[in-house]
Design a protein around this ligand. Structure first.
Ligand SMILES: Cc1cc2nc3c(=O)[nH]c(=O)nc-3n(C[C@H](O)[C@H](O)[C@H](O)COP(=O)(O)OP(=O)(O)OC[C@H]3O[C@@H](n4cnc5c(N)ncnc54)[C@H](O)[C@@H]3O)c2cc1C
Length: 189
């Protein structure tokens, strides 16, 4: 269900290439090191698949019953596992990504999935919608339950989207601010 976008990545700088080479075993120490480095330095590229992780009940942010911050405020407790749908999307995306790289002439490919260093886009914890039973804020970011509370960030998305979200978060911020301004005279009615 749904899908993913591709992000094409250029090669890495010299230090990143060295660190990546060591961590993946692509750059051995010893006699062959320089030749192996020359083989990959400035000659690597990547394809990143950003999947549209859907809202799923088993993924939750709740308040930790024990852990608090220095002010005694409960810490967020995050429960997350990849659903079968997300795993299948990742598998499909990485297979197509390898195909693209091979078609472009790649001599060696390697799949890292999920990409732990990139992490996840944590979104949708206060999702937008017209139905108070199924969403936290309305179509312009106002809480269904608390009329003078507006939420303007990545949490009002309804899925994790299949793209980097920051530009859309900024657009939503402008949209919600404009709507507040337009409705200023009767904002809390
Ligand atoms: C590893 C990684 C790489 C990413 N790369 C990209 C990318 O290349 N492009 C892209 O578009 N997106 C990227 N993202 C996603 C993007 O960073 C987030 O989606 C975006 O920053 C979310 O914005 P936000 O305003 O919702 O939340 P945040 O940016 O997390 O802002 C929330 C703010 O609230 C503050 N806060 C929390 N609790 C309190 C409190 N009690 N009182 C006061 N302040 C509080 C926090 O300190 C924080 O400053 C990446 C995310 C990760 C984790």
């Amino acid at each position: 269900m749904r899908g993913y976008s591709f992000e094409m990545l250029r090669g890495m700088g010299p230090v990143s290439t060295a660190l990546w080479g060591l961590s993946t075993g692509r750059l051995p120490w010893g006699d062959g090191h320089h030749a192996a480095y020359a083989d990959v330095w400035s000659r690597t590229g990547g394809v990143l698949a950003i999947c549209e992780d859907l809202p799923e009940l088993h993924n939750q942010v709740t308040l930790d019953p024990v852990l608090t911050d220095s002010n005694g405020i409960p810490a967020p407790k995050i429960q997350y596992r990849l659903s079968e749908n997300s795993q299948r999307m990742l598998a499909h995306g990485t297979a197509r990504g390898e195909e693209v790289l091979r078609a472009a002439g790649a001599a060696w490919t390697r799949v890292e999935s999920p990409l732990r260093v990139a992490g996840w886009h944590l979104m949708g914890t206060a999702r937008m919608g017209t139905d108070p039973e199924r969403s936290v804020v309305n179509e312009w970011g106002r809480s269904h339950d608390v009329r003078n509370l507006f939420v303007i960030d990545g949490s009002i998305f309804v899925t994790a989207a299949a793209v980097n979200p920051t530009c859309t978060i900024q657009a939503l911020a402008l949209y919600v601010a404009d709507t507040i301004k337009k409705n200023l005279s009767n904002l809390f009615e």
